[in-house]
Design a protein around this ligand. Structure first.
Ligand code: NDP
Length: 600
C-alpha cells in the first residue's frame, strides 16, 4: 500500500518516528531517585496540605484494615458499610481521604475522563458534577463527602504509614505496625495503594545544588506560589519558574503558571499529543433526563467503545472514544488483504489522528519554531494522550519559552539549569515528572513489607512476576486482598473508577460473606492460582515489536517492551476483557462457594 491510496507515506512516517524515538532513547532516561532512602529529596513527599498532629498509638483490633483512602479504598469501605461491617480501619500516609486527588492539587488539576463516569456512585448520592470534566477540588470534596456519608472517618488513621504487615498463623490475623507506633491485628487486610501514590523524581546531575525553591507537582507549594487550586498564583510575578515535564500533569499546570510567573520556562523531553477538551458546565437539563441505572449504563457504554464493542450511541463522545478507541481497536482485516497491507491501513488511521494533533499545534501556536517542537511524532498510543484547550495557547504568551531537550536536562546548577551547554537562570524548579506507576511492582507501591506464611513476602512471591487468583488474592498471603489494577492479572480500564468499584464490590461482598460465616481464614489453592496464571499467560499478546518502534514512555517500559513479564498481564488480550472479568467475578461471588480458596 502506498501514499496514493492511504494519503500518507508509510515509509517516511515510520522513519521520522524512529528518528524522533532515537533522540529520546538514551541510557539512564528512566533513572529515578529512591525517595525511601534519599536524605536530600525524601522531604519532597511531605504533606503541605494538612497539619500533622499528635495522637495516641492504636492497639485495638479490627475485622478489616484497608491500606489507602483513595477511590478504591473508599469504594470498598462503602461496600463494607452497606453490608453491615462495622469494624473497619483505614490507614493512609495522606492527611485525609482522596488518594491521588488528595495529593494532586496543582493549579488546573482536572480529570480528563468525563466526570459523569469518573465520580463513583453518583446515582446513589444524587450528586451531579458541575462540569463535564471535573476539577480536582470538586473530585476531592466529593470523595471526602462519600467518606463522611458512609462513616469511614470514624476509625481512620491518617498521616500514618504501614511499616510492616505480617501474618500471625497462630492468631489467624494480620499484625499491622505503623510509623506512628501503632500495632494492631486485623482479620482481613486489603491493600489499595493505587498506581500514582509514589511521586517520581529524576536523577538529573546537580539537583541538590539548586539554591532556589523546588518541589514536585504532587505536593504543590501554594505557600511559595500563592493562590489556590482554581485561583491565580499570586506570588510568582517576580519569579522565573522552570517546569520539567509535559505529561498529563505538566500540561494542566502551564496555563496558571504562564499567567502568574514573571517568566515560565518549560522543559520538554517528549511532546504530548494534546486533543480537544471542550469542557463545559453541566447542562441544566442533564439531571432531569437521567433514568435509573444511568451511570452504570454510561460507564459500560464508554468501556464497550474502548474495547471496540458495537454500541448504538457514543454517550461520552470525546477524544477517548473518538481517537483512543479507534486506534486501540484496529480495523478488521479484509478478505484477501495481506498482513502488511492491513497493518498499513491501521497505521493510516493512526497517522490521520496524529496529523490532526500536529495541525492543532500549528494552528494554535503562533511561533513556528515553538510549534514544530510541540508536534508529537509517534503513534497515538505510544504515550498517554492528553486533552486540553488552554495549554497550547499559553505558548503565545511572551513570558513563556519552550525548551526542546529530547535527551533531558544536562544538569542543575545552584541558580538554574544547563541545557545544551547553555544556562537558564531560575528562581524555582517544578518537577512535573510523574509517578512510579504500574511498572513499579505492587509490593513497592504498597510501601511496606507484606509478610505471609513461612515468612514469605509479597516481594518474594512476585519476584518472578504477578501470581494470583483474579488479580485479587495471592497464595501465601492468607486473608489478604489486593484491589485490582494494571500489571496485576486483572484488567485495565481508562476509566479507573469502573475497575475500582468492581473490585470494591467483589472484595466487599466476599469479606461480608466470610464474616457472616464466622470469619474463617482463606488461602488461595495452588491449583486455582496456577489456573489463573495460565489464563493470564494464554492471553498475552507479544506486541513488543510494535512497541519497540514507539518513543520511550512508561507504556513501552521506557523503550524496552521486550522485558515486560507476561505474568503481569491482563485477563484477556490487550487491556483485558473487562466485561468477561466482571461476569466471572460476579458469578464467583454470587455462588458463595469461595471456589479456589481453601478455608480453615
Ligand atoms: P508523566 O510520567 O506522564 O510525565 C512526566 C513528564 O516528565 C514527561 O513529560 C517526562 O518526559 C518528563 N520527565 C521525566 N523525567 C525527566 C527528566 N529526567 N528530564 C526531563 N523530563 C523528564 O507524569 P504525569 O504526572 O504527567 O502523569 C502521570 C499519570 O497520571 C498519567 O499517565 C495519568 O495516568 C495520570 N494523570 C491523569 C490525569 C487525568 O486527567 N486523568 C491528569 C494528570 C495525570 P518523557 O515524556 O520524555 O518521559
Amino acid at each position: 500500500m502506498t501514499q496514493a491510496s492511504t494519503g500518507f507515506d508509510p515509509e517516511a512516517v515510520r522513519a521520522k518516528y524512529l528518528r524522533e524515538r532515537d533522540k529520546r532513547l538514551i541510557s539512564g532516561r528512566a533513572e529515578i531517585r529512591d525517595l525511601d532512602n534519599d536524605p536530600e529529596f525524601g522531604h519532597y513527599r511531605r504533606d503541605p496540605f494538612t497539619p500533622w498532629s499528635e495522637r495516641d498509638t492504636i492497639s485495638n483490633d479490627v475485622d478489616v484494615c484497608i491500606l489507602g483512602g483513595g477511590i478504591a479504598g473508599i469504594a470498598l469501605g462503602v461496600e463494607l458499610r452497606k453490608a453491615g461491617v462495622e469494624n473497619i480501619r483505614f490507614v493512609d500516609t495522606a492527611g485525609g481521604f482522596g488518594g491521588t486527588w488528595y495529593w494532586n492539587r496543582y493549579p488546573g488539576v482536572m480529570c480528563d475522563v468525563e466526570s459523569y463516569i469518573y465520580l463513583p456512585m453518583l446515582e446513589e448520592t444524587g450528586y451531579i458534577p458541575k462540569r463535564r470534566y471535573a476539577f480536582g477540588d470538586e473530585i476531592l470534596e466529593y470523595l471526602q463527602s462519600l467518606a463522611t456519608q458512609f462513616d469511614l472517618n470514624r476509625d481512620a488513621l491518617f498521616h500514618t504509614s504501614v511499616k510492616r504487615a505480617s501474618w500471625d498463623e497462630s492468631a489467624k490475623r494480620w499484625i499491622i505496625e505503623t510509623d506512628r507506633g501503632d500495632r494492631f491485628a486485623t482479620r482481613y487486610y486489603t491493600i489499595a495503594p493505587g498506581i500514582l501514590n509514589l511521586l517520581k523524581l529524576p536523577t538529573i546531575p546537580g539537583m541538590a545544588e539548586f539554591k532556589g525553591h523546588s518541589f514536585h507537582s504532587a505536593r504543590w507549594d501554594y505557600e511559595f506560589t500563592g493562590g489556590a487550586p482554581g485561583e491565580p498564583l499570586t506570588k510568582l510575578k517576580d519569579k522565573v519558574v522552570g517546569m520539567i515535564g509535559t505529561g498529563a500533569t505538566g500540561i494542566q499546570c502551564v496555563p496558571a503558571l504562564a499567567d502568574g510567573s514573571k517568566h515560565l520556562w518549560i522543559f520538554q523531553r517528549t511532546p504530548s499529543a494534546i486533543g480537544a477538551r471542550n469542557n463545559q458546565a453541566t447542562d441544566s437539563t442533564f439531571a432531569s433526563n437521567l433514568k435509573p441505572g444511568w451511570q452504570q449504563e454510561r460507564m459500560d457504554n464508554f468501556q464497550a467503545i474502548m474495547l471496540g464493542r458495537p454500541v448504538e450511541d457514543d454517550l461520552t463522545n470525546d477524544g477517548w472514544t473518538h481517537h483512543y478507541a479507534k486506534v486501540q481497536n484496529p480495523p478488521a482485516r479484509l478478505p484477501g488483504e495481506s498482513a502488511a497491507d492491513w497493518f498499513t491501513r491501521w497505521e493510516a488511521v493512526d497517522y490521520e489522528i496524529m496529523q490532526a494533533h500536529r495541525s492543532r499545534v500549528e494552528s494554535t501556536v503562533g511561533d513556528t519554531a515553538t510549534a514544530e517542537i510541540l508536534k508529537p511524532w509517534y503513534r497515538y498510543l505510544c504515550k498517554r494522550p492528553c486533552f486540553h484547550d488552554e495549554y497550547l495557547p499559553s505558548f503565545n504568551n511572551d513570558n513563556v519559552t519552550l525548551v526542546d531537550c529530547p535527551s533531558g536536562i544536562d544538569r542543575v546548577v545552584e541558580d538554574g539549569v544547563i541545557v545544551d551547554g547553555k544556562k537558564i537562570e531560575l528562581d524555582c524548579i517544578i518537577y512535573a515528572t510523574g509517578f512510579e506507576a504500574e511498572a513499579t511492582p505492587l509490593y513497592r507501591r504498597a510501601g511496606h513489607d507484606v509478610i505471609g506464611t513461612n515468612g514469605q513476602t509479597l516481594a518474594d512471591l512476585w519476584s518472578g512476576g504477578a501470581s494470583s487468583l483474579y488479580g485479587l488474592m495471592i497464595r501465601g498471603l492468607p486473608n489478604l486482598f489486593a484491589m485490582p489494577g494494571p500489571a496485576q492479572q486483572s484488567v485495565v480500564t481508562v476509566n479507573y473508577t469502573q475497575l475500582a468499584v468492581l473490585g470494591a464490590e467483589v472484595v466487599g461482598r466476599t469479606i461480608a460473606q466470610l464474616l457472616s460465616k464466622g470469619g474463617p481464614t482463606f488461602e488461595v489453592s495452588a491449583a486455582a492460582e496456577h489456573d489463573w496464571n495460565q489464563k493470564i499467560l494464554a492471553s498475552f499478546a507479544d506486541a513488543s515489536a510494535l512497541m519497540a518502534a514507539c518513543t520511550p514512555s512508561r507504556i513501552n517500559n521506557e523503550g524496552h517492551p521486550e522485558s515486560r513479564n507476561p505474568l503481569n498481564g491482563n485477563y484477556g488480550r490487550g487491556f483485558g476483557d473487562y466485561f468477561g472479568y466482571r461476569e466471572l467475578l460476579n458469578d464467583w461471588v454470587a455462588a458463595g462457594q469461595f471456589e479456589g480458596l481453601e478455608l480453615r
